[in-house]
Write a protein that binds this ligand. Structure first.
Ligand code: ZN
Length: 295
């Protein structure tokens, strides 16, 4: 178990307990969230050590690592994913202002995104922690996907773009990865990071049942202010923030299910629509945000 006695972002010892969240996905164990009184950063307290966390991912339901198409939620996820793949590719091209370049995708999962980028003419590499997923995706697409411990061996200043789609919140060594991204990017390089937003309408509505808390797999819980504080204090500029409008439906359905709602799908769609509508007028309250960073 890892206990944080100081803030992982600003090192303050002034930490306050907040919500207590349940691991609805796997273990049913409870984990407290703590917030730093100085910088406002929120994190999962007393979470499993890195060598023990793997057990908390062990289920075919964990969609980012699985390719099964059973279950209504998973089917919808896949439809959304194919739309998202195109959107992600468009964001990379727009934010880098490059038609082609070198891309590193940290947390490449099933490999569909880097495969799409490769087919669009980009030179791609992936990093994936799950050995089975890494080997399967690497063989399926014929791409180079390495384990996280090899990130240090990648050449400095060698990437035009580094992407992290909903993975930063999983990394126990947050500061190490921020430093590695800084090291690996070319001087004019672009980093694109998508993370859940704890200040979102859906997060505020669902509280401890909000599915994107996803304890203990999610260790860090960002909002636009704390995300900015973390990266701007470590040599980055945030040049763009955009919304991921479809995530809210999936998150709302799961959150309703965690609350025990037997009509979780329908309620989730209705509430998700309401949250998505409100986001049109306040994008900083979107369920997930995509930040574009430059050095
Ligand atoms: Zn802090």
């Amino acid at each position: 178990m890892i206990h944080h006695s100081s803030c992982p972002v600003c090192s303050s010892y002034d930490l306050k307990p907040g919500l207590i969240c349940t691991d609805h996905f796997r273990s049913r164990e409870q984990f407290p969230l703590y917030t730093c009184s100085v910088c406002g950063f929120t994190f999962t307290q007393d979470h499993p050590e890195e060598n023990a966390i793997g057990a908390y991912y062990e289920s075919d339901d964990y969609i980012s690592h699985s390719d099964t198409s059973e279950g209504l939620v998973n089917k919808i996820y896949k439809i959304v994913r194919s739309r998202m793949l195109r959107k992600k590719r468009d964001i990379v091209i727009k934010m880098t202002d490059l038609e082609r370049g070198n891309l590193l995708d940290i947390g490449s999962g099933t490999g569909h995104f880097i495969d799409g980028m490769n087919k669009a003419g980009w030179s791609v590499k992936g990093i994936e922690i799950n050995e089975k997923t890494r080997i399967t995706s690497s063989e399926k697409f014929g791409l180079e996907i390495i384990p996280p411990e090899k990130i240090s061996s990648l050449e400095s200043g060698s990437f035009d773009c580094i992407t992290l789609w909903h993975v930063l919140e999983h990394f126990s060594d947050l500061n190490f990865y921020v430093a590695q991204i800084q090291r690996l990017l070319k001087p004019a390089g672009t980093c694109i990071i998508a993370v859940p937003n704890i200040n979102s309408f859906d997060s505020l509505h669902y509280g401890q049942f909000w599915a994107a808390y996803d304890v203990p797999r999610h260790l860090w819980h960002f909002n636009p202010d704390t995300f900015g504080f973390l990266f701007e204090g470590r040599g980055f500029r945030i040049v763009n923030v955009r919304t991921l409008p479809l995530d809210v439906f999936y998150i709302s359905i799961l959150s309703e299910r965690y609350k025990g709602n037997k009509m979780a799908f329908f309620t989730g769609i209705i509430k998700g629509s309401y949250f998505a509508f409100r986001v049109l007028f306040n994008k900083r309250k979107c369920s997930s945000l995509i930040y574009t960073l430059k050095k």
